[in-house]
Design a protein around this ligand. Structure first.
Ligand code: ATP
Ligand code: MG
Length: 587
């Protein structure tokens, strides 16, 4: 496929990016530079203190940290000082009910302000915070609360009913704090707003998250206080957050992005953040971008594709001139989406790659760097990324393999909760490429994603290892087929799988969601369209990669964080059990 490059113009580089020269910084970088920019207590640290409290010693004390809007239009805002005092209160309430360092305190709330200051309060007393998507039903809650042996749960009246149904299976759950109850209101009011923040060893646990489970049973990924180093650095250099920005990250803190870049990293650089508690809704989202004068926007490909599917007139009704920088994460970003944003918003989305396990952005496109459209960019300074084979040997330029990282980076997970062997299974010993002639034995963290690296050092995503299709001896990445399909005017989204085939091993099968105007077409017209889409992929991608089967569907199965769940498409196709669906969006 032809690679198109978006060259940065003088206008793109105004105001000057926080990271001005990627290559040079990568070469000379040392984490100790970042360590110096954070606040320490004699070798100890607290991530929540660094996110919020440290700003109280500066002019940011009365700066707005959080602009909040509810689905019903209600609004509120909090300064850094207010967030600090409220989180102190929560810390004291938790201590009152017996929470100690290392205890698990989980939050089961929609994106309301209480979620944010509770999260900070938990970290401040040295307990381990966990977040649960408010859409979780009983089974999903039970799995996570049992596995983590959660001691205290913070929730609201409505959601508590679900917990009550499984309460008898939760012997470790000593207290449930209900944020909209009179009792909680009173204890918060009574609690002191002074708290001595726990001084944590950088390796002590701060929060844990059950991954979205795109590929299997959710696992409890545990992160330390040290992670704030990387979250801070990437908020500054990848998201390019500045003091006069108003920043909107659309992720839910039930997902790692909502923790690292809506609480810890973003506030640690002192930015004013906006949070919307409501659902995805194109006109509403545009209206919020306008109303809050959002300057930096961090969202996901699924949302961008849905915006692209709207009538072009919609966008024209809003004044989005304040936007200056766009980033995307969570799934491969289709080239078409970048071209769309350049055309309609006047600037490209910057894709970045990371995982729950990596705790922070690891590979990214930077403001100061040209974008090869469709690439994930280059590893952040301080992180070594490579493409290795299954034995951990680095493969050559432009060759497909496992995307791997060299341990350790500051926000690397510390363990998988109560599953040390699962944790170990991420790592293999292998060989680094000849560095000045010498082969070196090194350890690699295997990400589970496949990709390749080009001559300029840009990384390209192929697919999750489990999703890569083997057809007639060729390997096909679902992402490139999906991207080719999305480029066709009839297609909103596509999910591509390998369907077992006696002749070819697997054939490429595509599930396609059509644009409105195409949904009403007759059977004959649709059959014709199938032929046209097949030709389109053959022409734009490759003859062997075209989908031999195409099925039109209304909606793709996705996780709550918006990722296409190809394993569900595949299980359904093959009539197999679909496995854990706790993170599946209502379908
Ligand atoms: P599980 O590991 O439980 O199956 P998950 O992998 O979906 O869940 P996350 O940790 O939230 O849970 O997702 C990380 C994965 O998302 C990456 O490994 C990758 O497959 C995908 N991903 C994230 N960002 C990008 C990106 N910019 N481009 C391509 N893929 C991405
Ligand atoms: Mg994963």
């Amino acid at each position: 496929m032809k690679v198109e490059t978006y060259k940065k113009t003088v206008k793109d580089l105004e105001p000057a990016p926080n990271l001005e020269n990627y290559e040079e910084t990568y070469r000379t970088f040392d984490w100790k530079f970042v360590r110096k920019e954070l606040d320490w207590f004699d070798g100890k640290i607290n991530a929540a203190y660094n996110a919020v409290d440290r700003h109280l010693q500066t002019w940011r004390k009365n700066k707005i940290a959080l602009y909040w809007e509810g689905e019903d239009g209600s609004e509120s805002k909090f300064t850094f000082e207010e967030l600090s005092l409220l989180s102190n209160k929560v810390g004291n309430v938790l201590k009152e009910v017996g929470v100690e360092r290392g205890d698990r305190v989980f939050i089961f709330l929609p994106r309301i302000p209480e979620l944010y200051f509770s999260f900070l309060g938990i970290l401040k007393i040295g307990a381990i915070a966990g977040t649960l998507f408010s859409a979780f039903q009983e089974k999903a809650l039970e799995d996570r609360l049992v596995n983590s042996e959660t001691k205290v749960l913070i929730t609201n009246k409505e959601l508590k009913e679900r917990v009550d149904k499984v309460r008898r299976h939760l012997p470790h759950l000593a207290h449930i704090l209900v944020v909209d109850s009179e009792e909680f209101g009173k204890s918060l009011e009574k609690a002191s707003d002074e708290l001595s923040v726990a001084h944590m060893d950088p390796d002590e646990y701060a929060f844990m998250l059950y991954t979205s489970g795109t590929t299997g049973k959710p696992k409890g990924v545990v992160h330390t206080h040290r992670a704030i180093l990387q979250q801070y650095m990437t908020a500054k250099w990848v998201l390019d957050l500045k003091d006069d920005d108003t920043y909107w990250c659309t992720a839910d803190p039930g997902w790692v992005t909502g923790i690292a870049y809506e609480i810890l990293g973003s506030w640690s650089v002192g930015v004013s953040a906006f949070v919307y508690a409501g659902r995805f809704d194109p006109p509403k989202w545009y209206q919020l971008l306008e109303k809050y004068k959002i300057t930096v926007w961090y969202t996901a490909p699924t949302a961008i594709r849905m915006l692209m599917a709207q009538d072009g007139e919609l966008l024209k009704k809003f004044d989005l001139r304040n936007l200056r920088y766009l980033c995307s994460v969570g799934e491969p970003l289709n080239p078409e989406a970048i071209k769309w944003s350049i055309k309609t918003l006047g600037m490209p989305f910057h894709d970045n790659w990371w995982q729950t396990e990596t705790g922070g952005i690891c590979i990214a496109n930077y403001r100061c760097m040209d974008i090869k459209i469709g690439s994930m960019g280059k590893p952040i300074p301080g992180v070594v990324a490579a493409i290795v084979d299954d034995d951990g040997k680095e493969v050559g330029i432009n060759k497909e393999g496992n995307i791997a990282l060299r341990p350790k980076w500051p926000s690397m997970m510390k363990t998988i909760w109560r599953r040390p062997q699962k944790y170990q299974s991420y790592f293999i010993r292998g060989l680094a490429r000849h560095e000045r002639g010498a082969k070196r034995r090194v350890e690699w963290y295997i990400t589970g994603d496949r990709g390749w690296k080009d001559t300029d050092g840009y990384f390209w995503f192929i697919g999750r290892a489990d999703d890569v299709i083997k057809t007639s001896g060729e390997r096909v990445g679902p992402f490139e087929v999906e991207s080719a399909l999305v480029e066709h005017p009839a297609v909103v989204e596509a999910g591509v799988i390998g369907k077992p085939d006696p002749m070819r091993g697997e054939i490429v099968k595509a599930f396609v969601v059509l644009e409105k105007g195409y949904q009403e077409k007759t059977k004959r017209e649709k059959d014709q369209l199938i032929g046209e889409l097949q030709e389109y992929v053959k022409k734009h991608l490759a003859g062997h990669a075209y989908p031999r089967e195409i099925e039109f569907i209304d909606k793709l199965p996705k996780t709550r964080s918006g990722k296409i769940m190809r394993r569900i498409l595949k299980a359904k196709e093959m009539g197999l059990p679909i496995g854990d669906t706790s993170t599946l969006e209502e379908y």
